[in-house]
Design a protein around this ligand. Sequence first.
Ligand SMILES: Nc1ncnc2c1ncn2[C@@H]1O[C@H](COP(=O)(O)OP(=O)(O)O)[C@@H](O)[C@H]1O
Ligand SMILES: N[C@@H](CC(=O)OP(=O)(O)O)C(=O)O
Length: 302
Amino acid sequence: MALIVQKYGGSSVRTTDRIRRIAERVVTTYEAGHDVVVVVSAMGDTTDRLLGLAREMDPLPSPHELDLLLTTGERVSNALTAMAIHALGAPARSFTGPQAGVITTSLHGEARIIDVRPWRVREALDHGTIALVAGFQGLSRDTEEITTLGRGGSDTTAIALAAALKADVCEIRTDVNGVYTADPRAVPGARLLRHLTYAQMRKLAASGARVLALSSVDYASRHGVTVHVRSSYDDRPGTVVSDSVEKRVEYIVPGRGTPSRSPLLPALGAALSGAALALLAGAQPSLPADGAAGASHPDTGR
Ligand SMILES: Nc1ncnc2c1ncn2[C@@H]1O[C@H](COP(=O)(O)OP(=O)(O)O)[C@@H](O)[C@H]1O
Ligand SMILES: N[C@@H](CC(=O)OP(=O)(O)O)C(=O)O
């Protein structure tokens, strides 16, 4: 049994139908015997819409009111996802960032996570419940105000929770099936990268690969969190970001009551190993574009 943190980006929860699909994936993971913590971003362009509403009221809104407003986006999507999980018959409980023990600096709109004390999340897991945490938000220790973490902050929430809970992996589930050499929507020949070190991922994120927020890569690197960027809609291998070749498949363990490892594991390990070796040798990665799965184009389920 593994402890898996799954983060679903806003594009993957744009509609209630998509939320139902996400809920099915969460429940499948749970039923395989894993402890599951879910971090969901706000639905679609909710954060932008809320920003627009705020500016209609005041061109320079109060940072306190703005953060209070923006954090509602993630609360809505997490509560709805919990309800969708209940409808499938599984136990789930959602928490706001502050309830989940996410402690931040006090700078509204750009707060940094300085500590995570997820005892309520741990308690839920210990009771066999799927725990959901609203991303992108926390509580300032100094001011006791609700804060937001800056755009893309749900990635950092998920990785910080994974670090604090000593999760086996933090899955970043999104609308493409991994990290590519370039934005696969803009560059048709972009190739899927099966394994990246933190430093390599950092370079990509810094040069605009928004699939993983830059600050979240730094958090993962500092805390040694294995990050697995993959599709919200299927279980293709995706991209593993870690500090070493060995770490990349550790979390893929049999579920509760499952007698042996998945037969897919050796194949996945071999594929990742090839990528990792190419990258570690400093060579230009020369993997086929997800060729092993028989698909040459990314999942563009927007
Ligand atoms: N190198 C890259 N690899 C994969 N995706 C990339 C890359 N660069 C940019 N992207 C874009 O990142 C998007 C995913 O990030 P984002 O829209 O923030 O997702 P989410 O809604 O899941 O948070 C993809 O749809 C893709 O267009
Ligand atoms: N909703 C926030 C936080 C976030 O991380 O979103 P997403 O995972 O959709 O990039 C934003 O739009 O920035």
